[in-house]
Design a protein around this ligand. Structure first.
Ligand SMILES: C[S@@+](CC[C@H](N)C(=O)[O-])C[C@H]1O[C@@H](n2cnc3c(N)ncnc32)[C@H](O)[C@@H]1O
Length: 351
């Protein structure tokens, strides 16, 4: 078991509750491991992930496993390859247990909703740029395969930022799959993988050296990353992005944990915000919108039961930290969009 699997409840590894549900998602009862995961090259790479990566890096494969098993709603041609057999089996076992228990919240549902929410918002942000040049930066990209699955990126330069080990292995997995005769087509105009630790003070300079252009319309995607940073580190990243809004039209898409989510016993998480919709304007962002899992725009038909945890939380005030019914912590995940643009008549200089 990886370290993260011992913590609960989490976004990357969700818990479920044992009660009656009306509809079961269309997830396979027998896990089918695709042929590509049996090829020698791919097996070797996943072996080194299992033996050498820490829980933080492995979280990239856990999210890929979620997208692989929720394939009836997310078409990700690389998700199985990026997840690897161990992570697929771990999640599949949890889903089977949920099935046996008639769970109201099925493992992986938060991840599925989060993925679909980011997909929708990335597309809307790119549309808002009216065909002007655009770039998307995925901070903590992990095993994200949007450059191979979102057609809305066909005129967009994509930058994937993560630790060197993660990005090198990701590239090797793609190469090994191609060698095993998998057909892979990129949907993004271009893709650059930028190996940086975003806790490093010079990460933005390194991003620029890789071809990122601060004056080009930008969508920043911070999916499943902020809460792994300390408060200071997360604020530095958010402040830097806010500062760069002075140069170009910018959209920030990020998920935030609230305090109860990040401060459970043995939590691996650090940064949280109970009120990101107040935090981001204070940093200079405008047009901040916040959704919670289960909201009409963060539901995607996957959370029917009004008695499931997410729908119950929606009926409580956001200030509530403890559930009045059973004393459990009110763990929330906020999906937040914010934007920024240069002030009118502000010449671009010195930034
Ligand atoms: C939970 S995964 C999310 C991956 C991806 N965004 C997704 O949603 O599928 C978190 C990712 O953030 C990366 N990460 C965490 N801290 C980082 C840091 N300081 N610098 C760069 N990447 C980091 C991890 O390596 C991992 O790939």
């Amino acid at each position: 078991m990886s370290e993260i699997e011992n913590k609960k409840p989490e976004v990357e590894e969700e818990e479920s509750s044992a009660t009656t549900t009306t509809t079961w998602p269309d997830i396979e009862e027998e896990l089918v491991i695709p042929e590509v995961l049996h090829s020698e090259g791919v097996k070797k790479l996943h072996m080194s992930i299992q033996t050498e990566w820490d829980y933080l890096q492995k979280s990239a494969c856990q999210t890929a496993a979620g997208r692989a098993l929720w394939k009836h709603v997310i078409h990700d041609p690389l998700a199985h390859l990026f997840a690897g057999e161990t992570h697929l089996r771990n999640l599949h076992t949890k889903i089977q247990t949920d099935r046996l228990n008639n769970a109201r919240e099925v493992s992986g549902v938060i991840l599925a909703v989060r993925t679909l929410w980011f997909d929708t918002r990335i597309q809307a942000a790119l549309d808002s740029f009216d065909n002007d040049a655009a770039q998307v930066v995925l901070l903590g990209a992990g095993m994200d395969a949007r450059s191979y699955r979102l057609s809305c990126l066909n005129k967009t330069d994509v930058f994937e930022v993560d630790f060197p080990d993660v990005l090198e292995t990701k590239t090797s997995l793609v190469q090994a799959a191609v060698k095993a005769r998998e057909e892979l087509k990129m949907t993004a105009k271009s893709l650059v993988r930028v190996a940086i630790d975003i806790r490093d003070n010079h990460w933005f300079e390194k991003l620029k050296k890789s071809g990122f252009m601060p004056e080009v319309n930008t969508v920043w995607v911070l999916e499943g990353i902020l809460y792994y940073l300390s408060h200071t580190e997360a604020m530095q990243v958010l402040n830097l992005i806010a500062e760069k809004c002075a140069l170009t039209s910018t959209v920030l898409l990020a998920d935030f944990m609230n305090k109860p989510s990040a401060t459970l016993p043995n939590s691996v998480f650090h940064f949280y915000s109970d009120w990101p919709d107040q935090l981001l304007p204070s940093l200079g962002f405008s047009h901040v919108s916040l959704s919670q899992i289960g909201d009409p725009d963060a539901n995607f038909g996957l959370l029917h039961d009004p008695r499931n945890l997410f729908n119950k939380l929606l009926r409580l005030p956001r200030s509530a930290q403890i559930h009045p019914d059973d004393g459990t912590p009110c763990c929330r995940l906020y999906l937040v969009e914010a934007s920024g643009s240069p002030p009118p008549d502000n010449p671009i200089e010195n930034m």
